[in-house]
Design a protein around this ligand. Structure first.
Ligand code: MN
Ligand code: MN
Length: 457
């Protein structure tokens, strides 16, 4: 099967270039110039941008959380992803305390069972680091799990400093990478007790229970432990200027630190917690001040941030609002997998804050390299998987709960207008989205990843 995208603007690593793109047997066959392929199905890409399929480095589909479960499972989550131009999501298989990584992997593989619309890989979230866990790392690499995640917050998930150190030494030896949720969980607990005791129980208290200092302290501590272990690390969902400054200090010491941020930390601030429906925005880390957003945009423009994931973790508003009287009862998380590319195109590229080439680096190429998918994915290269997005800058859309594919009764982006939209998407050469509509095929697969590509210092 051959598809020829004609006359579009190709988003290549070294900049945008006018030209054709030929997809053949699931791979990108030829890139650029005028391509003659009379037997191929022709798609007129005039006026459109042709992008590599975007990679979402951070989703939580079908995640059980304190008595409830996320609204999106892998079927609805990957459908929303592909409609928004994302062709790979990296979700988190989560080890339960007392269980093995192999058991976690099997549980999460099973969740893909009902069909997925884009490719899915798993980071492994480790909650119980011990000798047995350490011995499982090579088996996980063989299964295509080459990145890990540790939590410095949440009592049920968090790991202590000695475990972090030992894990980093082991993961470095295995040539794989670890990401960290950086908030000091014990400080959060103390601040929360103080707020509740003083009668501050509404979601206005949520950001006060997890201020920037809580993130910055955790990043500082983690990066000192990483320095001792001599290991590179990835900071997930960086939200604050204070946290960014902690990263800068470690980089100035010569450490290799990767950073992910999320669209919500760039485009929303903590004023929303004073709203009647503030529970919709309860996520951790919380939304920050406008000056934090500005610092993160500047860091994106400077190349200090490597990847943009969504931390998509969706709970219905009717579930979240049941915790309105006590903010600690609101399940933490926001949706986002569907609108990342549109938001970053609008608020980033169209607004002149970042270039199209930077966007492609942060949404496609950097995630592919850091998470062992390059050059199979992440760039328009001959031989790569034909994961391709046709982006039409002339489209206009206002985001509403009604019109979204995310399986939810609200969107935090209600009424937000975006410039441009996804016209079509191919997943390994097969058309998944045409004229902005999902074609109903489950084209996704579990994707086994190789080791990350990064330069040792
Ligand atoms: Mn997190
Ligand atoms: Mn997360």
């Amino acid at each position: 099967m051959r598809t020829l995208l004609c006359g579009g603007t190709l988003a290549l690593a070294d900049g945008a270039k006018q030209g054709d793109l030929l997809l053949e047997d699931g791979k990108i066959a030829r890139v650029g110039g005028e391509i003659d392929a009379p037997d191929a199905q022709r798609v007129d890409a005039t006026g459109c941008i042709v992008l590599p399929g975007a990679i979402d480095t951070h989703t939580h589909f079908d995640l059980p959380v304190s008595g409830t479960v996320t609204a999106d499972d892998f079927a609805s989550g990957t459908r929303a992803a592909v409609l928004g131009g994302t062709t790979v999501v990296l979700d988190f298989a989560t080890q339960e305390k007392g269980h093995t990584l192999a058991e976690a992997f099997e549980v999460w593989q099973h969740k893909l069972g009902r069909g997925i619309s884009c490719d899915v890989g798993f980071h492994m979230a480790v909650t119980d680091w011990n000798e047995r866990t350490s011995r499982e790392i090579d088996a996980m690499t063989a299964l295509g799990v080459t990145s890990y995640k540790f939590y410095l917050a949440y009592p049920a998930l968090m790991v202590e400093d000695d475990a972090i150190y030992e894990a980093l030494v082991r993961l470095k030896q295995a040539g794989v990478i670890a990401g960290f949720h950086c908030e000091n969980g014990r400080l959060v607990a103390a601040l929360t007790r103080q707020l509740l005791a003083s009668g501050l129980t509404s979601c206005r208290a949520h950001p006060l229970s997890r201020p920037p200092e809580v993130e910055a302290e955790a990043i500082d501590r983690l990066l000192h432990i990483a320095a001792l272990a001599g290991a590179p690390v990835n900071i997930v969902h960086l939200s604050s200027k204070a946290g960014l400054e902690a990263v800068r200090r470690a980089r100035a010491r010569g450490q290799r630190v990767f950073v992910e941020t999320c669209p919500q930390y760039l485009t929303m601030d903590d004023a929303v917690y004073a709203r009647e429906d503030g529970a919709k925005f309860v996520c951790s880390p919380p939304l920050r001040k406008a000056e934090d957003c500005a610092a993160l945009w500047e860091a994106l423009a400077n190349g200090e941030i490597d990847t943009i994931g969504t931390d998509h973790c969706s709970f219905r508003y009717d579930v979240q609002k049941s915790g309105k009287a006590d903010f600690t009862q609101i399940p933490n998380g926001m949706p986002g997998v569907e609108h990342r590319l549109a938001l970053m195109m609008t608020e980033g590229v169209k607004a002149g804050r970042i270039s199209l080439a930077q966007l492609v680096q942060m949404l496609c190429e950097n995630p592919a390299k850091l998470f062992g998918l390059y050059p199979q994915k992440g760039a328009l290269l001959p031989g790569a998987d034909a994961d391709v997005v046709l982006w039409d800058p002339s489209l206009r859309h206002t985001i509403t709960a009604e019109s979204q594919a995310q399986r939810l009764d609200y969107t935090p982006l209600e009424g937000v207008s975006v410039c441009g939209g996804v016209r079509a998407v191919w997943v390994r050469g097969k058309c998944a989205v045409d004229d902005g509509k999902w074609l109903g095929h489950n084209l996704g697969r579990y994707v086994a990843r190789t080791k990350p590509i990064f330069q040792e210092n």
